[in-house]
Write a protein that binds this ligand. Structure first.
Ligand SMILES: *[C@@H]1O[C@H](CO)[C@@H](O)[C@H](O)[C@H]1NC(C)=O
Ligand SMILES: *[C@@H]1O[C@H](CO)[C@@H](O)[C@H](O)[C@H]1NC(C)=O
Length: 574
């Protein structure tokens, strides 16, 4: 009920708390890591100085609204100002109407933020998102709460879920997923350029969209099997449509304000239910317990998830579909655009493009297998070789540094506690902004005086340390001096993330560090390798710009459509 003012205010507050606050990478993490999250018994940081001080508030707020107008106008700039206000070690409060949060910044404070597992939690938020964004029926949503035993330890089932996620998206099974993704992506791309087009330029008005479409298809095929797509031919564009308005669902806006989003959500849930029924009817779990991939459920992890849902007592069809939907969203909404950015960055930089293309076409990353059927040699890109390449890794890290902007939000759930000597009260909220840290001059290097590479510019070699060049590497001089000679004796440039633990945080960190990060990295690098090995691609319009309106939500998409042309490479006949 409540007054009508409250009705307008509440969604706004929820927006700020959930929409802006709960970054997709974090949601991703929460949903993947999901139920496990809450209560690992780790050492407490119960403060010895109980009289610790309260953190300051950023001046320049206006009455009633606080910093809300500044936040809506330019969130990125507000976050940096708060971070810098009295220095990075001091959490600073900003007020967004009736909601306020402390901004935490600087590598040391961020390390404490990620280590603080007892007092800070994000769990309750992810439960709300299950309902608001993914359409889990209200009466079932409590089933998704992490189970704990009477003495506060994670229940056994939480361990099983955790294990399944860890094992499913990393280690040896990662190889299966990678190979599957690579093959499907090539197949999907080739499906759109028939033989007649070979050697002819095709104009593309939205390269980002095109890459998204194929990456999504390959990803869904890899994770959920072949029937998710064949039973639901429009699922890619439905997903796209849904994601356009996902922000308003995260906000918890009332249904009359988001009719389009809700319609797309129901359509997605119906599609996923169709897949669930089809798999149940046609595939018997017990027969295939050790297969890594099969067409009905897709990868083994997805199959295990279905069994774990049953074990948890989540039997309602829609609740199960909501969970599968959340997983689909988590594995696509951010890594898809990130994969596309990787390609766009390479295409924008002629020298970089030539270098990578050259290596690809000369077979540096390939293993050659001869096919007995066609008596032809088949060149296969070898993911292991790609992943070991220092330059590709640096482009990957730089792409995420510049194109991902997440806000990681935690709430003091247990009670008052001391955070780095500052008193935080129960239910207060702490936030870190990945972009603020990614732009921090006190940590990052910016090349040398002759060849500066400012932090707002993409520098493909930012993460390469060249022992012969004192201006190379991601850290600035002061930080580097502290971290002397990490890899002395190394001859050429090498990829390095040393000293960046609290500064490069596109995947969040600590307990909720995104478990999908290894696969996301492969997905990004492989996408560019597959596209460039099959096609000549050239950008034909102006350079892609990032759309900062999506600040706080994860991978920010390009602001305008990216025009390009592409042409199928004519395979070498040898
Ligand atoms: C936000 O502020 C930053 C500087 O803090 C600036 O670089 C950026 O262009 C601004 N963005 C918008 C949309 O005004
Ligand atoms: C999905 O939406 C989020 C939030 O607006 C955005 O950051 C992301 O790039 C979108 N992803 C796709 C695949 O459109």
């Amino acid at each position: 009920m409540g007054s009508s003012i409250e009705q307008y205010v509440r969604p706004l507050v929820q927006y700020l708390q959930l929409g802006r606050g709960l970054s997709p990478w974090l949601v991703t993490t929460m949903l993947l890591f999901g139920w496990f999250a809450i209560s690992k018994l780790l050492k407490t940081t119960e403060s010895s100085s109980l009289q610790s001080k309260r953190p300051p508030t950023l001046p320049s707020g206006i009455p009633i609204f606080g910093h809300l107008p500044q936040f809506l106008w330019n969130g990125s700039s507000l976050m940096s100002r708060a971070a810098k206000y009295l220095g990075p070690a001091i959490p600073t409060k900003i007020k967004l109407f009736s909601f306020s949060t402390y901004i935490v910044s600087g590598p040391e404070s961020i390390a404490s933020f990620f280590k603080e597992n007892l007092y800070l939690s994000a769990t309750s938020r992810s439960i709300v998102v299950m309902e608001n964004a993914f359409g889990c029926p209200h009466e079932h949503v409590d089933l998704f709460r992490p189970r704990v035993t009477a003495d506060g330890r994670p229940d056994d089932i939480e361990h099983m879920i955790h294990r399944s996620i860890q094992g499913g998206l990393s280690g040896p099974r990662l190889e299966t997923l990678t190979a599957q993704f690579q093959a499907r992506l090539a197949e999907s791309l080739l499906g759109q350029t028939d033989k007649e087009h070979q050697g002819k330029w095709i104009e593309v008005d939205d390269l980002h969209g095109l890459v998204q479409k194929h990456v999504f298809a390959a990803m869904v095929h890899t994770l959920f099997g072949s029937y998710m797509l064949s039973l639901n031919p429009t699922i890619a564009s439905d997903f796209w449509e849904f994601n356009k308005s996902v922000r308003s669902l995260f906000m918890g806006l009332p249904p009359w304000m988001t009719p389009g989003a809700l319609k797309m959500r129901s359509k997605m849930l119906e599609s996923i239910k169709r897949w669930q029924r089809h798999a149940q009817e046609n595939c018997n779990f017990d027969d295939i317990s050790d297969m890594d991939w099969e067409p009905y459920y897709g990868c083994r992890h997805v199959r295990e998830r279905q069994a774990l849902l049953t074990q948890r007592g989540i039997l309602d069809e829609t609740a199960r579909a909501a969970e599968n939907f959340a997983f689909m969203w988590a594995t696509n909404s951010n890594s898809g655009p990130a994969a596309s950015w990787f390609l766009l960055e390479v295409l924008q930089d002629h020298q970089l493009k030539e270098e990578i293309e050259g290596q690809l076409l000369q077979g540096h990353f390939a293993s050659v297998e001869s096919s007995s059927l066609t008596d032809q040699e088949i060149v296969c890109i070898d993911p292991a070789k790609l992943m070991a390449d220092p330059l590709l890794q640096s482009v990957y890290a730089e792409t995420l540094r510049l194109r991902v902007a997440v806000l990681v939000v935690r709430e003091a759930v247990r009670g008052d506690f001391s955070f780095c000597g500052w008193q935080i009260k129960k239910n207060e909220v702490l936030t870190i902004s990945s972009r603020t840290e990614a732009m921090d001059q006190t940590t990052w290097g910016t090349g040398g005086p002759d060849e500066p590479y400012p932090l707002h510019k993409f520098w493909p070699r930012r993460f390469l340390v060249d022992p012969a060049d004192s201006n190379s590497g991601p850290l600035n001089i002061q930080k580097r001096a502290k971290k002397s000679s990490a890899a002395e004796g190394s001859s050429g440039p090498y990829f390095s993330m040393d000293g960046l633990a609290g500064s490069w945080i596109p995947y969040g960190g600590g307990r909720s560090l995104c478990p999908g990060r290894h696969f996301a990295k492969r997905k990004m690098i492989i996408t560019t390798a597959v596209v460039l090995s099959l096609y000549d691609v050239e950008l034909t319009g102006s350079s892609p710009m990032v759309d900062l309106n999506h600040f706080g939500f994860g991978t920010m998409p390009p602001k305008y459509k990216v025009a390009a042309r592409m042409r199928r490479r004519v395979p070498n006949k040898s």
